[in-house]
Design a protein around this ligand. Structure first.
Ligand code: CS2
Ligand code: MN
Length: 393
């Protein structure tokens, strides 16, 4: 029976977790990117090969690129977007030359992912990432002071956010500010409200429809190239899967996914099936996404979320949350075996356990991910045993 290829993310030589540590978890594949190359510049063959060799030396393979980032000019379809699309194609060509086949990217304006709390403490002491709408509104309206922000919220939401913020001390407010902006690429820099507002201004006049057109334009350029090269592009869903800071969002819902995949109907135009991101949107039916778009799923991020009131959600244990992981893994196994091909999977995020104490990248502690991986691995083994055709019923 064909199973998922087990992988873990590695942020490169600056990652606090070593390749050796990852190898000991039993994975065969590494998910990484050349983070040192500025967004929009070409990934050269020698740089790709160098990274590949470091990974091979530890007995694994570079299975998936995450991410080959898309320049903001492409998302806005302004500035030097044509130049950046050419560069993107060239990077794809170079990756193909090195034998790397699966390329993940996202199309979220400015912010890659957003949480308001990176250390929400679970009853057992582990720490998890959390998004709280009230905290976010307080950030948006009272810390960032985004012009026009209040128009996007109800009076009740604003009052609640104000009360929430009034209870925070200066240090807690500074922490919230930092937490929200951690998903900005290059977020080691400290971003001022002015800088963020300037970035946001670049998206004035770009609504969902315009952003979708820009995405389709980008895909109509790069997906045929990827197809020709034998590559698979996997778009990562929006995280969270709803608009933040008034920015447009086009990869949040089942309909978004259907629209994107049908707009450029080549297999290379595919999806990174991230259960954590998609699962934060209650209307998304994760099983149906596999049923309808299984052949276009090229990469799996398996994790779970627990939705609370409104748009509040926290990352939960991999097998304990709102996502039906048993059914998801069963469907994925059936899909892979029908198509006679494996899919790379990573446990995505995990909890921070007390023994590890700290993590360099929120959600990427080794123990938390290892626990998630081990649970998913066990689930998969059990389901594959159940599905085995030769087993007497
Ligand atoms: C990831 C994203 O850690 C995470 O939340 O799933 O950062 C993901 O790598 C990007 O959105 C993909 O481009
Ligand atoms: Mn993900």
């Amino acid at each position: 029976m064909i199973k998922m290829q087990q992988t873990m993310r590695w942020y490169g030589p600056q990652d606090g977790v070593s390749l050796r540590d990852i190898r000991e978890s039993g994975v065969t594949g590494i998910v990484t990117a050349l983070h040192q190359i500025p967004v929009g510049e070409i990934w050269q063959v020698k740089d790709i090969q160098e990274r590949q060799q470091i990974i091979r030396n530890e007995g694994m393979e570079w299975a998936v690129v995450e991410s080959l980032p898309v320049h903001e000019d492409i998302k806005r379809r302004g500035g030097d977007h044509e130049h950046y699309i050419l560069n993107y194609k060239k990077s794809l060509e170079n990756l193909a030359e090195c034998g790397i086949k699966v390329i993940t990217y996202n199309f979220m304006p400015i912010l890659d992912w957003v949480r308001t709390d990176h250390a929400y403490t679970n009853p057992d002491g582990t720490k998890a990432l959390l998004f709280d709408e009230t905290a976010f509104i307080f950030f948006d309206v009272y810390l960032l002071k985004r012009p026009g922000a209040i128009d996007g919220y109800t009076k009740e939401q604003l009052d609640e956010a104000k009360a929430y913020g009034d209870a925070l001390n200066g240090q807690e407010k500074a922490k919230l500010f930092k937490n929200v902006l951690l998903g900005l690429p290059g977020s080691d820099e400290s971003f001022t409200p002015e800088k963020i507002l300037e970035l946001l201004r670049a998206y004035e006049g770009i609504d969902d429809e315009a952003l979708r057109e820009n995405l389709v334009h980008f895909l109509s350029e790069v997906a045929p190239v990827a197809q020709e090269l034998g590559l698979k592009l996997a778009i990562h869903p929006d995280d969270p899967p709803f608009s933040v800071l008034g920015l447009p969002r086009v990869v949040s819902t089942e309909k978004d996914i259907a629209d994107i995949l049908s707009a450029v109907p080549v297999k290379a135009n595919g999806l990174c099936y991230c259960t954590g991101s998609l699962g934060a949107q209650p209307n998304n039916n994760l099983v149906r996404i596999i049923e309808q778009h299984g052949d276009r799923i090229h990469f799996l991020h398996l994790r779970n979320v627990k939705r609370e009131n409104g748009k509040r959600f926290r990352e939960s244990e991999h097998l304990n949350g709102d996502n039906p992981m048993e059914e998801i893994v069963e469907r994925l196994l059936l899909l892979m075996n029908k198509n006679k091909t494996t899919l790379p999977m990573r446990p995505d995020h995990g909890f921070l356990h007390s023994f590890e104490g700290k993590e360099k990248y929120p959600g990427y502690s080794l123990i938390g991910r290892l626990k998630g991986l081990a649970e998913i691995r066990g689930l998969e083994l059990g389901i594959s045993y159940k599905l085995k055709p030769s087993k007497a019923q």
